[in-house]
Design a protein around this ligand. Sequence first.
Ligand code: ADP
Ligand code: MG
Length: 672
Amino acid sequence: MSMDVSALKGIGPKKAARLEKMHISTVEDLLYLFPRDYQDRRSTTAVADLHAAAAAMIHVVIRRVDRPFSYRRGKKNILRLRVEDASGSLEIIYFNAAYLGSRFHAGERMYFYGSPKMTKGRMQMIQPAFSEDMAQEGILPVYPLTAGIGEGEMRRIQRQAQQYISTMEDPLPETLRQEHGLVPLREALSWIHFPPDSERLKKAKARFIYDELLTLQLGVQMMRRQTGRGQAMKASAEPFIRHMRFPLTGAQQRVIDEILSDMAQKKAMSRLVQGDVGSGKTAVAEAALFAAVKSGRQGALMVPSELLAKQHFANLAADYAHFGIRVGLLTGSMPAAEKQRQLAALQAGETDIIIGTHALLQPDVVFDRLGLVVTDEQHRFGVTQRKTLAEKGDTPDILVMTATPIPRTLAVVLYGDMDISVIDELPPGRKPILTKAVTEKARDKVYRFVGEEVAAGRQAYVVAPLVADSEVMEAKSAKGLYRELQQRFGSSVRVGLVHGEMRQEEKDAAMQAFAEGRCDVLVATVVIEVGIHVANASVMVIENSEHFGAAQLHQLRGRVGRGAAQSYCILLCGKNAGETARSRARIMTESSDGFYIAEQDLALRGPGEIFGERQHGLPDQKLISLLRRTDLMADCRKMAEDILQEDPGLQAHPLLRRRVERVFGADVRMII
Ligand code: ADP
Ligand code: MG
């Protein structure tokens, strides 16, 4: 129902414009503007039982009214009331409230609702709501507000919107709704705004959380590849594996087997490979791409950065040279002529495997016979980007690889029905990285240690949260540290710099110098986080580590420990680091297991950062709170399956379809 808000009484063009700022233009939008909080005005609390910060309603007698006076002329007008009940007394304060002066009289009984605060050992309530008959108001909604529409007014508007609830249609099929014990939409819409009691408020909330989770589930499940299409790619990867420089780990071998058995089926593969940093995902991808090419198809490997694309290109070209497999490279910064040549070779089928960045998603990238799409470090890509690449082939097999460990409960939501393989073993001979969390006081010692490692012939990364010093954020910057370290070390240490604001060639040159050992200490921002491999680097110093999430810290740490030498990761925590950041640093020192870290971090602060960038159109905050509801997830997934089983394109469920499109973009199409 899309009736305009201006249909409501009291909403003229001016108010409509203010609501528009909150993205509310229809009555339906209004009904879906849920309260951010509630005030329980059903029962009173005795003054003596008030707790600081816990909102409560009191019923008291006004003992004294101190008329407003100005302290510092023209500044604040303060109205003070002394109130009491049988249990004790309390001060109530209103600022800038000269107009309230005549509203209160000693001896009157009044209700107040607010959050008490302890000031100099005395309990106060600042600017509480008040009325003589508040107890009849029940549970009141508190809405997110916009300039020009106050709390009381928003409540009035919402009360009016309630009369249109009867025109809202429930997107859930009646039988499924009952089967899953959910309340009808209309009741939920009434109770979420004006809850008759806490029980029904809870039911209304559960219904809407369920609706959101269902939308996510439908979306990811609709994106999954359907059965019965695609091609069977039956070639073996054995010749490639035999020719490798090292024997595969058991985990690599198992995951390759899982992948190849998927590829051999006619049904299109849709598989997620999780493997900790350094677990050897590249070799797994290479084996799969090899099998695709030997089955007569082309393969694509998409990565999130140019640096990584080039690194993969160099490795794959070398590893495949023996087999005559032709590897191409496509990046955004490539000269136009070179790009044209790559595109032409790809389309003509002269390239067997193309490696590239987001540039692969461009419409001018056309394949001859695309059979396998691999996305590396997939958390950097959104769902729709993966889909765009897949649509360049005729339902190709899909493999996504991530080092960002995602607890299984969440993976199920984000990846719908993708099958999951885990590389849970590191190649032999890796020494665990020693991790230490220290404060700024230890900085001198830390860099003395870096100097010693360099003197012993090894290299170090130093990572900072900022590119350049900032006035708004108190943290180290890469540029600042670059100068600082040059000064500190003098000519004995060659210091390099790489950050996101440098031109591509500059970045490449700096990385190249480090990789070739022409630079000892590389000062960097998180641009080095992904995939880079320099075996001689043995120290990772992370400045202001409190500014990084656990997934990032884990990725950064994974840049060292790739050679024979003992490696170290040092987290330099700033002095303003909060409790969460300190706990996170502690988790890092306790474990090198990405999954454990992710689980702990999830418990600490929710899944937000685990996803890196946004996966869906939903605001992160919303996604986080939704994904916390692991209790509802399995049930919801089942409902989505049941609905899609009957109606794969949601043709018969237009309301559900509309919701899915709103979150996943209007182009959610079935790939049937
Ligand atoms: P990631 O999973 O982080 O992408 P890589 O594929 O980059 O890891 O592998 C990290 C390093 O380990 C590379 O130098 C790679 O050659 C090496 N490697 C991978 N598999 C093995 C193995 N089975 N035995 C020895 N070294 C391996
Ligand atoms: Mg990798």
